[in-house]
Design a protein around this ligand. Structure first.
Ligand code: AMP
Length: 323
């Protein structure tokens, strides 16, 4: 029996933070052993926010190195760049014709980001994002999409698109389900009511390749409360302790919290050390991966992905009658 197919991607917009890792990448590494996996660099998706073209290619290679350093193995999964498989753009254009524009305007991420950018000229790439994402997904006929909770609505839209297309042109696409990790919602360490995101600023995030001293400094500024552990900030830190520290350490801090005498300086120092240790191997491996190796792996994976994409597109072109 052939394996179930899994697909997901991350945008190359800078360095990966622990939200990206816990919400997505950590799961990718596990899934590659059980499923036929496609993990891509969502470079086209990264263009709807301000960027410097001088950095973009390096961001793509850097993310490829992150994938590899975290443990993705090109022998077990296909690692590719969205822009190196032009069929994604073709499918997005075709699918845009079955997506009502009202569906796009009601996407939470569009509403939030366009409100944030209200002073600028909001580009249509931001509105179109979920259509391209539907194309990325449906191209490979995956059954499950490992993502953080923030992407649920977009995966649902991909399901709608599959259903609309199949209804109009005949059975072509599978309707995939999101697949969450145990920690799909990591919050900012200094604004814990917001999800951790690069766009908030470096001091909101802990990056996978932050040096131990940087992690310590950032966590020292994390917001907390007076010791009862009830605030969002305290909850976020305790959740991180649960993930990165020993169970006995977590148990101790939970007991302190129950007694109302949680010492945050102690918690923050312990957590900083444990996060630094957790990613020590990652930092070492990342430094060892050369630019050339990353480029080669990306090119080979993109070639492999393109073969699948070409097959899908051939069926799609026939379905819609343009060939
Ligand atoms: P992005 O940077 O938007 O391309 O996100 C890449 C992946 O990381 C997606 O699957 C997101 O759902 C996930 N992700 C991003 N931020 C967080 C967060 N704060 N907590 C959990 N998952 C996240």
């Amino acid at each position: 029996m052939s394996k179930e197919i899994i697909l997901s991607g991350i945008r190359p917009t800078g360095r990966l933070h622990i939200g990206n890792y816990l919400g997505a990448l950590k799961n990718f590494v596990k899934l590659q052993n059980e499923y036929e996996c496609y993990f891509f660099i969502a470079d086209f998706h990264s263009l709807n926010e301000p960027f410097d073209p001088k950095n973009k290619y390096q961001q793509i290679i850097n993310l490829t190195k992150d994938y590899l350093a975290a443990g993705l193995d090109p022998k077990k999964c296909t690692i590719f760049a969205q822009s190196q498989v032009p069929e994604h753009s073709e499918l997005a254009i075709i699918l845009s014709n079955v997506v009502p524009v009202s569906f796009l305007f009601r996407m939470t991420q569009y509403k939030d980001k366009s409100a944030d950018r209200a002073a600028e000229n909001v580009n249509s790439g931001l509105l179109f994002y979920p259509v391209l994402m539907a194309a990325d997904i449906l191209m490979y006929h995956p059954t499950r999409i490992p993502v953080g909770k923030d992407q649920t609505q977009h995966v649902e839209l991909a399901r709608d698109v599959a259903r609309f297309f199949n209804g109009k042109f005949g059975p072509t696409f599978i309707e995939p389900q999101p697949l969450y990790t145990d920690s799909p919602n990591i919050m900012s360490i200094i604004a814990p009511e917001k999800k951790m995101a690069k766009s908030l600023g470096d001091n909101h995030c802990i990056y996978l390749d932050d040096e131990p001293e940087t992690i310590k400094q950032k966590l020292a500024k994390a917001v907390t409360d007076t010791g009862d552990g009830k605030s969002l900030g305290a909850k976020n830190l305790l959740d991180l302790v649960k993930i990165f520290s020993q169970p006995s350490t977590h148990k101790k801090f939970i007991a302190d919290q129950a007694a109302g005498n949680l010492k945050y300086s102690e918690l923050k120092q312990t957590l900083a050390q444990d996060i630094a240790d957790y990613f020590a191997e990652f930092r070492k491996r990342k430094k060892q991966i050369s630019q050339k190796d990353a480029e080669k792996i990306l090119a080979a994976g993109s070639k492999k992905a393109q073969k699948v994409a070409e097959k899908t597109m051939s069926a799609v072109r026939t379905r819609i009658g343009i060939r």
